[in-house]
Design a protein around this ligand. Structure first.
Ligand SMILES: *Cc1c(COP(=O)(O)O)cnc(C)c1O
Length: 460
């Protein structure tokens, strides 16, 4: 391509002064648009040098707009979860209830009494919010909220076990996903983890044999994301608590998912509850806010008042402190448990969704698609709880099944849509499980499928 064609490209200045770009500059500022203009011209120049034809001014302006859009678009966007995995860690775990969302908005829009005692007119404590309610709901003397459960357990060990020994069963040294291993996280606390028992069988006497004058506590970690079956043994929480207390140790229980209600009432296996753990004698129980509790990301600690007070005053707590939005959402979520309207928490609404409702929703999608000449079937499938909770447990569901010659291409196009949809591929079909799709997203699903299929089959 000749030098003269390059010369015909408009200058940065001329494009910037084009009236067509004025609204873009007003909305996003001159520096960003200038960058985009330079980038668009660089691209055009490279294409010309590679033998391409000169772009029109309209093409250049479109390229500038596309560059600006790409720069200002949020990287974190809502996604429709049609995967059937309810607590999908990669998709942000628990969706919040309407009340929790409203509570966040209420405190986000202005000032709040986050650390202000309105009755006394003086400094208050952020740890007074939601902590009392979780203690009440679990039958604990006191509660404390930090950033997540990994932080909660690390804090407990740092405050109570740093420089000392903490006993943990070999079978409970778990990896929680994303390559993070509980023992690596816990070692950051400065406590020395002492492994007891064997992978599959651990007895109270194994813990007892490992107790030394340096031992501070026994830590139990719920094997949330895998199932140990066959020749196994784990001691009763109550026996362990008795052993710990007889030796002046604390029993710390990391129960993981924080189910406050009985999962067996929903046809699922039993998950440990903080209530049961405290009743069995655990001194501190730690769990996540955004797994089966169904609230925001948080780490909840409940247990003996004297220990919770120690944690509250421990310097590391300052580094793990929760935000006001979290506290607002958590409190609103906990109120559902207090009132007994747990079905208004999305995670529990999804777990409790009836097969009839799921069938009707999948069928409505199929009917909508049929009207647009897209064939899809409604098939029996399985949803999972996910989030490292209830491994191997599934809930029967009805899913929309789309036969495709290249299902992974269809799935890729679904992810590229706005909003993106994450579906599941099974036996060369793309499956959409209505269980994990929020009711208000129902109408968007067939539209997104139509758009994705069009992109997947277009030659580009
Ligand atoms: C999920 C989990 C954690 C980590 O909790 P986060 O809230 O993700 O930090 C720790 N322990 C157990 C047993 C878990 O299941």
């Amino acid at each position: 391509m000749s030098v003269s064609a390059l010369r015909h490209l408009p200058s940065v200045d001329r494009l910037l002064h084009s009236p067509a770009l004025a609204p873009l500059i007003a909305a996003h500022g001159r520096p960003l648009v200038t960058d985009a203009v330079r980038g668009a011209l660089d691209d055009a120049r490279a294409r010309l040098q590679a033998g391409g034809s000169p772009p029109s001014e309209g093409d250049l302006l479109d390229a500038v707009r596309a560059r600006v859009d790409a720069r200002v678009a949020p990287t974190l966007v809502p996604v429709i979860n049609a995967s059937g995995v309810i607590i999908h860690t990669n998709l942000g775990r628990a969706p919040l209830s309407a009340d929790a969302r409203q509570a966040m908005l209420d405190v986000a829009l202005g000032y709040s009494n986050l650390e202000y005692d309105l009755a006394a007119g003086e400094r208050g404590s952020r740890y007074s919010h939601a902590a009392g309610l979780i203690a009440e709901l679990t039958g604990a003397e006191a509660g404390l909220i930090v950033n997540n459960n990994a932080a909660a357990v690390t804090l407990i060990l740092a405050a109570l076990g740093a420089g000392r020994e903490v006993l943990i069963a070999r079978g409970e040294l778990v990896e929680i996903g994303g390559g993070f291993r509980i023992p690596d996280v816990l070692r950051q606390s400065g406590a020395r983890l002492v492994e007891v028992g064997t992978t599959n069988r651990t007895y109270a006497r194994d813990y007892e044999a490992a107790i030394t004058p340096d031992t501070a506590a026994i830590l139990t970690v719920h094997a949330s994301n895998f199932k140990l079956v066959g020749f196994t043994h784990t001691p009763d929480r109550a026996d362990l608590a008795a052993l710990a207390h007889a030796h002046g140790l604390w029993l710390i229980d990391d129960i993981g998912s924080g189910a406050l209600v009985d999962t067996t009432a929903y046809g699922l296996a039993a998950e440990p509850t903080p209530q049961a753990s405290l009743a069995a004698g655990a001194d501190l129980v730690a769990f996540s806010g955004d797994k089966l509790l169904g609230g925001p990301q948080a780490g909840l600690i409940v247990g003996r008042r004297e220990l919770v007070e120690r944690l509250r005053r421990f310097p590391l707590t300052r580094a793990l402190r929760v935000d006001k939005l979290t506290l607002a959402a958590l409190h609103a979520t906990l109120l559902h448990y207090q009132r007994g309207d747990v079905e208004r928490i999305p995670v529990w609404a999804m777990i409790g969704a009836s097969p009839e409702t799921l069938h009707a929703r999948a069928t409505a999608w199929a009917v909508d698609l049929a009207a647009r000449s897209i064939a899809a079937a409604v098939v029996a499938a399985e949803s999972t709880v996910g989030g490292g909770a209830l491994p191997g447990e599934t809930l029967p569901t009805w899913a929309l099944a789309l036969a495709a010659t290249r299902p992974s291409e269809v799935a890729a196009q679904l992810r590229r849509g706005r909003p993106p949809i994450v579906a599941r591929i099974e036996n060369d079909r793309v499956l959409f499980d209505p269980r994990t799709v929020l009711a208000e997203q129902d109408a968007a699903v067939p539209d997104a499928i139509v758009a994705a299929l069009a992109r997947a089959t277009s030659p580009e």
